[in-house]
Design a protein around this ligand. Structure first.
Ligand code: SF4
Ligand code: SF4
Ligand code: SF4
Length: 377
């Protein structure tokens, strides 16, 4: 095992291979306050990449309801139980990662789900934590909660799937950090399925190989956002590239949200993979739950998100307005003249949107047409 630095857990850790960061790292931010679980992303991926034989129960993109939704069944609860409770102190994770909690001769702590665990991708949908008393649901704010969690492969900096593969069939591209499975080398041993704590590699019984999200790399190479991003109805997603904390740039949208404003957090950083999909946590969920899922700074992230969003000309509000507004990859952004402007790597403009959404209030009666409108207050 090599020693590598993982900034998300604030310390060095053990990993099967030495540290080797790509030239650029594919990354994304999902704003969980906006997801409506319409599953358009799921279908966009399914119809593009996994409509073949052997892929029937395979969803490279899935959306589950937390706390009771899982795909596959119990994926996070099981690995959290195996890892045990780990303590965070001053931003440093003092528990064991999946690479450190292993027995002799093993590379990664994990488990392989049963075939039936993939059969209910929508289990727990819309189920709330807690109960609403009969008759009180229209009388005020109640404290039951749930939220939707869309998930794709995290194209991790330290992929467990890659570390576990005895065939060396999994590789991380130097040009963009995307993690892929070489279908010619894979022999279907499913060590990656067992190792990935996010359960984002899948076994195809027809081809006898494992498959996973490919980050729509043919689109990335053209400067386009992936299918599940471009088609997101709620405009909750933005794809780009992330720098290391030391090299963070104010005009890079992902760096800004993750490193500078610190409102977007990795999913289960304690696993130790340095995942590269980041989430703006939901504002209505107990902090204890959010801290278990997104690390110890979840409370500050939610509070900062709420405070910054109130600034009507602010950078956060402008940047959030750019989510889902262009099919191109946004590598830079700026706010000028009340508009948020998205740019490509060369600084060429892709799209501009108003930071503050214009609101037009129409009168109830339109004298020009002599009609009364019913849909006005
Ligand atoms: S398309 Fe967007 S809003 Fe709809 S479920 Fe997927 S992530 Fe959520
Ligand atoms: S999320 Fe899982 S499948 Fe994707 S790179 Fe990380 S370990 Fe591999
Ligand atoms: S990035 Fe592409 S391959 Fe990956 S889940 Fe989204 S649509 Fe599917």
């Amino acid at each position: 095992m090599a020693r590598v630095y993982n900034w998300q857990i604030g310390r060095e850790m053990s990993y099967w291979y030495p540290e080797s960061r790509p030239k650029r790292q594919f990354a994304a931010v999902f704003d969980l306050n906006k997801c409506i679980a319409c599953q358009t992303c799921t279908l966009a991926c399914k119809t593009t990449w996994t409509s073949g034989r052997g892929q029937e129960a395979m969803f490279w993109n899935n959306v589950e309801t937390k706390p009771y939704g899982f795909y596959p069944l119990g994926w996070d609860v099981k690995i959290l139980q195996m890892l045990g409770k780990g303590v965070w102190r001053n931003g440093v994770y003092e528990g064991l990662t999946v690479f450190e909690a292993v027995g002799r001769g093993e590379r990664v702590l994990g488990f392989r789900p049963e075939e039936a665990d993939y059969a209910y991708p929508n289990i727990g949908e819309d189920e709330c934590a807690g109960e609403v008393e009969k008759g009180v649901y229209l009388s005020g704010i109640h404290d039951v909660w749930m939220f939707y969690l869309p998930r794709i492969c995290n194209h991790c900096t330290y992929p467990a799937c890659l570390a576990a593969c005895p065939r060396g069939a999994i590789y991380k591209r130097q040009e963009d950090g995307i993690v892929l499975i070489d279908q010619k080398r894979c022999r279907g041993y499913q060590e990656c399925v067992k190792a990935c704590p996010y359960k984002k590699t899948f076994f195809n019984p027809v081809t006898g190989t494992s498959e996973k999200c490919i980050a729509c790399f043919p689109k990335i190479e053209l400067g386009m956002q992936p299918q599940c991003f471009e088609n997101c109805i709620g405009k909750i997603r933005l794809q780009g590239f992330i720098s290391t904390p030391k090299e963070a740039r104010e005009d890079n949208p992902i760096d800004y949200l993750v490193h500078i404003l610190k409102v977007a957090l990795p999913l289960y950083p304690q696993f130790g993979l340095e995942p590269n999909v980041y989430y703006i946590p939901p504002i209505h969920v107990p902090f204890s739950f959010l801290e278990m899922m997104f690390g110890p700074s979840a409370k500050e992230a939610v509070e900062r998100y709420q405070a910054e969003r109130k600034d009507e000309d602010g950078r956060l509000r402008g940047l959030l307005a750019l989510f889902g507004c262009t099919p191109r990859t946004v590598e830079r952004f700026k706010i000028a003249g009340g508009e948020a402007i998205a740019m490509n790597e060369k600084g060429e403009e892709l799209v501009r949107v108003p930071v503050k959404e214009p609101v037009f209030i129409r009168p109830g009666f339109d004298p020009a047409s002599g009609v009364a409108r019913l849909n006005t207050p």
